[in-house]
Every structure is written in structure tokens, then in C-alpha cells.
Design a protein around this ligand. Structure first.
Ligand SMILES: Cc1cc2nc3c(=O)[nH]c(=O)nc-3n(C[C@H](O)[C@H](O)[C@H](O)COP(=O)(O)OP(=O)(O)OC[C@H]3O[C@@H](n4cnc5c(N)ncnc54)[C@H](O)[C@@H]3O)c2cc1C
Length: 362
């Protein structure tokens, strides 16, 4: 979010300094592990759908600017047990906003993607224009774009505390003090380290993903889409096998609490790390449940309603906040950067961000 905001601001001619505790992209935040889904037919309503459409366009523009492939339009297959979720409302809302979404029953799912084994009463919402982003590549692309537009990046520099008054903001870091007219805070799962200057209602959790070797080519990129899978046992998401990487799968719900700064247990520390993912594959995509090729640990920062926080600081209006992306924010990073840049330079965003106010938690 920060790198995108930095690129958007610098392109508008704003004197921009980016500060990161690590050297992005890196493994300490919420963005590593190769890929992130970009879906458009969101359950959160028109505000999310419009943002997703706009985000997709901005990713395409970044691709044109940098000459890099960042987004693969693989299609995304959203599947659910009727006991967990029905796609009826989302389907109507998405079609109303011009998205070419399809409603599929279990037979049709199995016919189009023979690797998927779903019970008779399952259904799907298929988004042919959705897909996945190469997350680290996206960050590197924004990093280059920001630098070319004149932004400066201080990597491996930790923000330790902040002070703000109507005249400006002082940022105390491990490499000195910086003063700015306005500051954007986008600390991902690390926001607690900025307390007491800012206290947000959000819970950082440890999340894992694994890459499993399929026994056949049905799950290969080009043939298999990105997917989400809502089952009575949990909510899962995943990606096709890219150049032999294996099918990547993660679980959206659950996760162990993590305190920022504490060491995080590596993949495989708990039985559930591999077990939850393999059990889902055994049941719903048995042909993809081969050897575990790789596993990694990442972080979510969950707000109580899992909606984002994009707003001004409750006391200091010259401090903008973008956080609480609750495990589904990456796809929006392009448009969130533009929104933050609008807020900083024009005082208002052109998209509806009312849903993301801090005051909703009072
Ligand atoms: C396993 C997993 C799967 C996901 N899947 C998807 C998906 O399919 N689709 C999707 O849209 N989203 C997905 N997400 C969510 C998405 O990746 C996050 O919402 C997004 O990366 C959040 O971006 P961010 O900029 O807020 O956080 P980050 O990318 O973590 O960036 C925060 C940055 O702030 C820096 N920082 C923190 N504290 C300080 C400090 N005190 N001083 C200086 N720098 C600091 C960090 O070093 C970091 O670089 C997933 C997340 C995970 C973990």
C-alpha cells in the first residue's frame, strides 16, 4: 500500500519519502509468496466492486509503464457449500455493475475442471476476467516507478514513534528524524508498534500457505483458474501450478495470534499447517494432494468486520491511515495508493471509502 501510494504521489510531483523497516518486497509482512488473487465480484457490495475494477485497470497501467507482466487473467472460480454461502445477491450486484460473472452448478464445475470434486449441492460464481497478481513483482514495479518519479526510499529503517501538530508531522526513525507536511501510515500487521500515537482495532495473525505437487496437468496454469472454496470445514483459496511450482492453497479463516516483533513459528510448527490444507485437497481436489513442495508463513491483520481502514488519524488530520486489510487487500493496493494520494493532494477520494472509516468501531 505504501509503495503504491509513494509512486502515485511522486508522479503528481509531491516530494515523497518512503520509509520501510525492511527492504520491500520482503518476507516480514503480508505480501510475499508469489501470488495474490484479484477478484472483482466482491461480497462487500458496490464500494468493493468498483474499487476492484479500478484496481485492475491501474495494475494494467503499471504493466504498460514498466513492461512487466504483473496480472494473469486466469479466471477465478468461487465455490461454496450452500450451508456456508449463497452467491445469488453477489451475482446480481456484480452483473448490475457490468461484470460478466457466471453461475455454475456442481455438474458444470466438474465438467469444466475435472480435477475438482464437489458435492452435488455446491455452486460456483465464476469470474472469467479475474485472476492473480505476482505480488513481489508488483511491489518491485511500484518501487521502480516511485524512484523514477523522484521518490526516495529509506529501506531497513524502522519508524519508532511519531509526533504531530497542525503544522506538520515528525517521524522518529532508527536512522534519524524526518519532518513532513503529511504522513501516510501503512504498517500492515505491524501497526501495534506505532502505539500510543495510533491505536487501531486489529488483530495480527499468523497464516500459512503450501504448494502441493499435482499428479496430473489438470491443475496447471493455463488450464486451471484461481479459486476460493467455502466449505463447512473452513474457507480456502488457491492458485494453479505455475511452471511446476505445485498448486498453491491457503486457508482464510483462523490463524494463530502474533505479536509484532515476536519471532514467528516457521511453516510446519503445527500439524494444521500442512494438515488443514491437505485435508481440503484430499476432499475437493484429490489429484492435487501430492508432495508438499514448499510452505511459507505470512501475516494477516484482521479488523473486527474484516473491512479495511482508510481514513485520517482521529486526532491529527495530516496523518492518513491505510491498514486492516484483513487478508484480502493486495488486489486493491494499486487503487488504495491512488486514493491515499487523492486524500493527501486533493483532500478527498474520488471513490466511495465511507465503509473504511475508523469511527465505525466506536
Ligand atoms: C497468506 C496470505 C494470502 C493472501 N492472499 C491474498 C489474496 O489472494 N488477494 C488479496 O487481495 N490479498 C491477499 N492477502 C492480503 C494482502 O497480501 C495484504 O492485505 C496486503 O499485502 C497488505 O498490504 P500492506 O501494505 O498493508 O502490508 P505489508 O505488505 O505487510 O506492508 C507493510 C509494510 O510496513 C512496513 N512497516 C511496518 N511497521 C513499520 C515501522 N514501524 N517502520 C517502518 N516500516 C514498517 C513493513 O516492513 C512492510 O513493508 C493475503 C495475505 C496473506 C498473508
Amino acid at each position: 500500500m505504501g509503495m503504491s501510494a509513494g509512486a502515485h504521489l511522486a508522479k503528481r510531483g509531491v516530494d515523497t519519502l518512503l520509509i520501510d523497516a525492511f527492504d520491500p518486497p520482503h518476507q516480514e509482512g503480508s505480501h510475499h509468496g508469489d501470488t495474490r488473487l484479484i477478484r472483482h465480484a466482491y461480497h462487500g457490495g458496490p464500494a468493493y466492486i468498483n474499487m476492484a475494477i479500478c484496481a485492475h485497470q491501474l495494475w494494467n497501467e503499471l504493466e504498460e509503464e514498466t513492461g512487466e507482466t504483473l496480472l494473469v487473467q486466469s479466471g477465478v472460480l468461487n465455490m461454496s457449500s450452500p450451508a456456508v454461502y449463497s452467491y445469488k445477491a453477489r451475482l446480481e450486484e456484480s452483473r448490475g455493475l457490468g461484470l460478466p460473472v457466471e453461475y455454475l452448478d456442481a455438474d458444470e464445475i466438474r465438467k469444466r475442471w475435472p480435477g475438482v470434486v464437489v458435492p452435488e449441492d455446491y455452486m460456483a460464481l465464476y469470474e472469467p476476467q479475474a485472476g492473480y497478481l505476482f505480488s513481489e513483482r508488483c511491489i518491485s514495479a511500484y518501487r521502480r516507478s516511485a524512484a523514477e518519479a523522484g521518490a526516495e526510499l529509506l529501506a531497513n529503517t524502522r519508524v519508532e514513534r511519531l509526533e504531530a501538530n497542525p503544522g506538520g508531522v515528525s517521524v522518529y526513525t532508527s536512522k534519524g528524524i524526518f519532518h513532513a507536511g503529511q504522513v501516510i501510515l501503512s504498517a500492515g500487521a505491524w501497526f501495534q508498534t506505532l502505539e500510543p500515537f495510533l491505536s487501531l482495532k486489529m488483530k495480527p495473525v499468523r497464516k500459512v500457505v503450501g504448494w502441493f505437487q499435482p499428479s496430473n496437468t489438470q491443475f496447471d496454469a493455463g488450464r486451471f483458474p484461481g479459486f476460493t472454496l467455502n466449505t463447512p470445514e473452513g474457507g480456502f483459496y488457491g492458485f494453479p501450478s505455475l511452471d511446476g511450482s505445485g498448486l498453491k492453497i491457503g486457508r482464510h479463516d483462523g490463524g494463530l495470534p502474533w505479536n509484532p516483533g515476536e519471532p514467528i513459528a516457521p511453516f510446519g510448527s503445527c500439524e494444521e499447517d500442512e494438515g488443514d490444507l491437505r485435508r481440503a485437497l484430499d476432499t475437493y481436489m484429490p489429484g492435487a494432494s501430492g508432495a508438499l513442495n514448499r510452505g511459507t508463513v505470512c501475516k494477516y491483520e484482521l479488523t473486527p468486520d474484516e473491512d479495511f481502514i482508510i481514513d485520517r488519524h482521529p486526532v491529527h488530520s495530516n496523518v492518513l491511515i491505510a491498514g486492516g486489510f484483513s487478508g484480502h487487500g493486495f488486489k486493491f493496493a494499486s487503487v488504495v495508493g491512488e486514493i491515499l494520494s487523492d486524500l493527501a493532494t486533493r483532500g478527498a477520494a474520488s471513490l466511495d471509502i465511507g465503509l473504511f472509516s475508523i469511527s465505525r468501531f466506536k
